[in-house]
Design a protein. Structure first.
Length: 116
């Protein structure tokens, strides 16, 4: 039987800005820790495992920098794959059509929480 998911506080809501720097964190899945990140796009916070769908490298080109120059799409620093921040789907690049692995977030009472 799978263990129950735990809700963990990630940060204050005001720490994530539309198209701005993301927040790196770790999430546990099936007893293994994975690098993850959270960003805000169009007022909504999203989180994904920090692994490109193409070859599994971390996306950020500098720590916490996940968006392209326009702050519209997530970009892989290794080969430029572009991902829709709303659903993690690759919209351009060698992994077009593949998706980032989502991390469940909730935002209540001025804080963002994630489940692991």
């Amino acid at each position: 039987m799978a263990a129950a998911q735990r809700l963990r506080r990630l940060c204050a809501s005001g720490q994530l800005h539309n198209g701005g720097a993301g927040l790196r964190f770790e999430v546990e899945r099936d007893g293994v820790c994975y690098a993850a990140f959270a960003v805000r796009h169009e007022g909504v916070a999203y989180a994904y495992l920090n692994r490109c769908a193409h070859i599994g490298v971390e996306l950020d080109w500098q720590p916490g920098q996940f968006f392209d120059a326009q702050g519209a799409l997530l970009i892989c620093s290794t080969h430029g794959a572009l991902y829709d921040p709303r659903n993690g789907k690759c919209v351009a690049g060698p992994c077009k059509g593949a998706s980032l692995a989502a991390v469940e977030l909730s935002e209540t009472d001025g804080f963002i929480h994630y489940s692991d």
